[in-house]
Design a protein around this ligand. Sequence first.
Ligand code: ADQ
Length: 464
Amino acid sequence: MNRLVVVSNRLADPRKASAGGLAVALGEALNSTGGLWFGWSGRIIEGGTAGEGDLHVQQAGRVTLATVDIGRDDHDAYYSVYSNGVLWPVFHYRLDLARFESGAIAGYRRVNQLFARRLQPLLKPGDAIWIHDYHLIPLAAELRAMGCGNPIGFFLHIPLPPPPIFATIPEHDWLMRSLFACDLVGFQSRQDLAHFSAYVVTEAGGRALGDGRFEAFGRTLRAGAFPIGIDVDEFARLAAGREARETFATMREQYARRSLLVGVDRLDYSKGLPQRIKAFRELLVNYPENRDSATLIQIVSPSRESVDAYADILRELEGLCGAVNGDFGSLDWMPVRYIHRTVARKRLPGLYRAARVGLITPLRDGMNLVAKEYVVAQDSDDPGVLVLSRFAGAAEQLHEALLVNPYDIRGSAEAIQQALRMPLAERRARHAALLARIREHDVHRWCGDFLGALAGDGPAAGNA
Ligand code: ADQ
């Protein structure tokens, strides 16, 4: 197999336990080919020159890690304003939160050009290049402009909205044209792929040629749905580890008389956090038997704090949690425990396993790996119930979860009640079906399917 070159905004050292399933899987693929992982160093140079940044190269086992510094102004425009102030909200259908500032696209493009300039000299003929996510949509086109003829694949980790929403981005045509510099483009779900196909036909005047092939902007590429998974064995190992068992024991002891519900998210307006707290409140109002009993632990890890919309969601969330506790709490029962912190990865499975209900209710999500982790962490003999938003990419695969519309507060509260009352036999049957599908579509399969398709030996469309 040819050498693999992965490009992403951030890198993780695949040898570290905190790296997570995605980094481990990419690390394995890189390791087996003595590959190169390229991205931002995490370093911002105050007063740095526009479009410039030093390259750092280090070895992590057989994998070469190559990273670039970015100047302050470039970083603000590329990361905060364009990637997270335009692309992230629009791709999550939140036009109300998008900030279309005319200057930011130049910084976004400058950083992609910087990446291309620093990466190009490191490439060898035959390398397969795999670019990740919305920060780097124009990178393939910038590489092509420098004469790069290698096979290039791109995977979008977040949803692709339908054409009328995508077309609100002033540069939508340029973004899609840039994507067509790739040989293969992968999406999380069949729905995202359908939106891509609709855009090609209705906005770009192109054609769907069948068999996952599309023609537009004078080029042909292949596109497919490649739903990402987790590393099931790695997560099961974590679940059996000391930290996870300790966390489970502590939770079960502290909440011996209560029914625990858990939510674990990055702080983000796409995750449906206010709606989730409102649904939990509705549960306590409409089904009073849960008072003094049902307890929601909501872990929210800090994220993108430089972006204004994130400070707003944090304040709203704190207000809603405080009101539920004030209105319903008693001397020895706090209905919502809201924790604004990242939980160590080794402890997560213990927390998931102690919870009767996993509440994963984003308003829109590319996939959502927490949903899959929650299922894998359960005790198969006495599993908890997954309540999942129908608007998460994961819903295309996880049919046996209780699927909810997170905007429908009353409907979500009813689903939580159903989850809390679900008989053991039904819980087991649903869990077994979910676990089998999560196992079948794990992160290694995702990686193998995408790279197989990039090498031309697999179908363009993965499946769910
Ligand atoms: P994210 O939006 O970051 O990722 P998600 O898939 O839910 O979201 O989580 C990724 C990882 O972060 C999981 O392994 C999870 O355990 C961890 N995590 C999340 N919140 C945490 C917390 N509070 N404490 C500790 N760990 C936490 C983007 C897309 C998703 C897509 C992934 C992968 O937005 O839709 O599933 O990429 O493609």
